[in-house]
Design a protein around this ligand. Structure first.
Ligand code: UN1
Length: 498
C-alpha cells in the first residue's frame, strides 16, 4: 500500500504545514491499521495567519458581484457530480458510513451548490416608502466578514457545504476547521474551491483538534461569526466564547429525536422508518431516531417486528455494499455507547437486542457495535433523555396521542420528530404540537432535504436554520438599511409632517 499522504492547511491560497510542525494520523474506523492520511495539528498561530488572510481577501471578495461569486459555486457542483463516487469512497474510509450513505453526503453538497448558487442573482432586499417626501428607504444584505466554520465528522462534506456555500455567495471569506476525525472530505471540498478559481484567501482550511485549533478561532477578534455543528456542550462553550468577543454564533447541536407510532399506523412503514432512523450512520446523526414512542395497543407487535428486522441488519465495513451499519467513529464514542448500555441496565431497562461490542474476526479491527434496542424505558431514565450518538434506541409506551406528545416533548432537545399515523387529524395535531424544528409525518426523523430550513429548539439550536436559501442567507449576511434624501433640504423623521 502507498505511503499515506500528508495533507496541509490551506491559508492564503497556499498549502502549508502547521507552524508547530505537528501532525496527527487519521485512521479508518472500520480498520484501525489503515491510515487515511496525516493532517496538520494547528494552533493559535495558524488561526491568526488564516484570519489575516481571510480578512484581506474579504475586502476584494465582497466587491465581486454576487452573480459572479455564484458562478464559482455552480462549477463546484459540476465537479462534485463528476467526483461523487471517488469522494464517497474516501468518506467511507475516513468515517465509516456505508457507501450509499456517503454518496448521499456528497449529493447534499451538490444540491447545496446548485440551490444556493441561484441566490447570486437574488439576494433580495426590500424597499419601502419613506414617511417624508423625496426620500427613499431600502434595506439590503451585506456580508459579515470572516466566518469560522466548525464542522463535525458525521456529515463531513454535507455539513461543511451547508455553511461554506451560503457564506461565499453572500460575500464572506471563511476558515473551515473540520472535525479531526474526518478532515479529508472537507479537504476535498476546499480543493474544489481552489480548482474553480475562488480567489486566494477567501477559503482557508485549518485542521486540528477543538481545543488547540477550534478555540482560538472562536475567540479571535477578527472573526465575525462562528457557524458550529456538534454537541450541545461544545456548542455552549462556543457560544460563550462568541459572547466574549461580540461575534455571532449559529449553533446546530444535539438531539434526542422521538418517533411516535400510533395504533392506526401502517406498521410495515413504521418498522422500516424506525430501522432507518435509528441505525443509519450507526445512529450517529443529530437527527437519529433515539426514542420510539409506541401506542400500547400495538407495542408488542411493533417491538417483535422491529427487533427481528434490526437483528438482521448487517454490520461491517461500509465499503461492502451489502453492509447496513458501519462502525462507530472512534474508541471514545464506542466507550460512551458501552457506558450508556450499562446505565440503561442499571436503570432497569431491558436490552432486548444487541448491547455488546462486536469483537470477533474483522470486527476486532474497528469500532463495531450492533443495533441495540432497549424496551421498558420510561421517560425519566437517562437513556431516554441524553444523546447517545450510537446505534441504540429506546422504546417507550404511550396510552394516547396526548400522552405520546407529552413524552416526546419532555426532552431537553428539540431537533427532529416523527409520527406514524393514518389519521389526518392526529397528524396535524402532532405537526402543531411537537416541539422540534423538524417534524416528519409517516417518515423517519432523518432525511432532511437541503433546501428546507434545518435546525432545532432548546439544546438543539440557538434560533438559526441552515439549508433553505432564505434562512441560510440570514445566518451569513447582515441587513444594511439605507436612507436616500433627495429633497435638497434637511428633513426630520417623526417631526416634520407631524
Ligand atoms: C445530522 O443529523 O447531523 O437529515 C445531519 C438528515 C441529513 C442531515 C443530518 N440530511 O438526516
Amino acid at each position: 500500500m502507498a505511503e499515506p499522504k500528508t495533507y496541509r492547511n490551506f491559508i492564503d491560497g497556499e498549502w502549508i504545514e502547521a507552524s508547530a510542525r505537528q501532525t496527527r494520523e487519521n485512521r479508518n474506523p472500520a480498520d484501525k491499521s489503515e491510515v487515511i492520511g496525516t493532517f496538520q495539528s494547528s494552533g493559535q498561530a495558524d488561526i491568526d495567519a488564516a484570519v489575516e488572510a481571510a480578512r484581506k481577501a474579504w475586502r476584494r471578495w465582497r466587491q465581486v458581484p454576487a452573480p459572479k461569486r455564484a458562478e464559482h459555486l455552480f462549477r463546484m457542483g459540476e465537479i462534485l457530480v463528476r467526483r461523487k463516487e471517488e469522494y464517497a469512497r474516501e468518506m467511507t474510509r475516513e468515517m465509516g458510513k456505508p457507501l450509499r450513505e456517503a454518496r448521499g453526503d456528497v449529493q447534499e453538497a451538490i444540491d447545496v451548490c446548485y440551490h444556493i448558487a441561484g441566490e447570486g442573482r437574488r439576494l433580495h432586499g426590500h424597499t419601502t416608502p419613506s414617511e417624508l417626501p423625496n426620500k427613499s428607504c431600502l434595506s439590503m444584505r451585506v456580508p459579515l466578514g470572516v466566518c469560522g466554520l466548525i464542522t463535525p465528522w458525521n456529515f463531513p462534506m454535507a455539513i461543511p457545504s451547508w455553511k461554506l456555500i451560503p457564506a461565499l455567495v453572500c460575500g464572506n471569506s471563511v476558515i473551515i476547521k473540520p472535525s479531526s476525525d474526518a478532515p479529508l472530505s472537507a479537504y476535498h471540498l476546499v480543493k474544489v474551491c481552489q480548482e474553480v478559481g475562488i480567489p486566494r484567501g477567501v477559503v482557508n482550511y485549518v485542521t486540528g483538534d477543538g481545543e488547540s485549533a477550534g478555540t482560538p478561532l472562536t475567540r479571535h477578534a477578527g472573526v465575525a461569526l462562528i457557524s458550529f455543528t456538534g454537541s450541545s456542550e461544545t456548542g455552549r462553550q462556543v457560544n460563550l466564547a462568541c459572547a466574549d468577543t461580540y461575534k455571532r454564533a449559529a449553533l446546530e447541536m444535539g438531539g434526542k429525536n422521538a418517533m411516535i407510532v400510533m395504533d392506526d399506523a401502517r406498521l410495515d412503514l413504521a418498522v422500516e422508518g424506525a430501522l432507518w432512523g435509528a441505525f443509519a450512520t450507526t445512529g450517529q446523526r443529530c437527527t437519529a431516531t433515539s426514542r420510539i414512542i409506541v401506542h400500547k395497543k400495538i407495542l408488542k407487535e411493533f417491538v417483535d417486528r422491529f427487533v427481528e428486522r434490526a437483528g438482521s441488519l448487517k454490520v461491517g465495513d461500509g465499503l461492502d455494499e451489502s453492509v447496513d451499519v458501519g462502525p462507530l467513529i472512534n474508541e471514545a464514542q464506542l466507550k460512551k455507547v458501552m457506558d450508556y448500555i450499562q446505565i440503561g441496565r442499571d436503570e432497569g431497562a431491558d436490552p432486548v437486542l444487541g448491547g455488546v461490542r462486536l469483537t470477533k474476526n474483522e470486527y476486532g479491527r474497528g469500532f463495531f457495535f450492533p443495533p441495540t434496542v432497549f424496551t421498558g424505558v420510561t421517560r425519566g431514565m437517562r437513556i431516554a433523555r441524553e444523546e447517545i450518538f450510537g446505534p441504540v434506541v429506546c422504546v417507550l409506551a404511550a396510552d394516547s396521542l396526548e400522552d405520546a406528545l407529552e413524552i416526546a416533548n419532555d426532552s431537553p432537545y428539540g431537533l427532529s420528530s416523527s409520527i406514524y399515523t393514518q389519521d389526518v387529524n392526529k397528524a396535524f395535531a402532532a405537526m402543531r404540537d411537537l416541539e422540534t424544528g423538524i417534524t416528519y409525518v409517516n417518515s423517519s426523523t432523518i432525511g432532511a432535504e437541503t433546501h428546507l430550513p434545518f435546525g432545532g429548539l432548546k439544546k438543539s439550536g440557538n434560533g438559526h436554520r441552515e439549508g433553505a436559501a432564505h434562512t441560510a442567507i440570514d445566518i451569513f449576511s447582515e441587513w444594511k438599511t439605507v436612507y436616500v434624501d433627495y429633497s435638497g433640504k434637511l428633513q426630520k423623521a417623526q417631526m416634520d409632517n407631524n
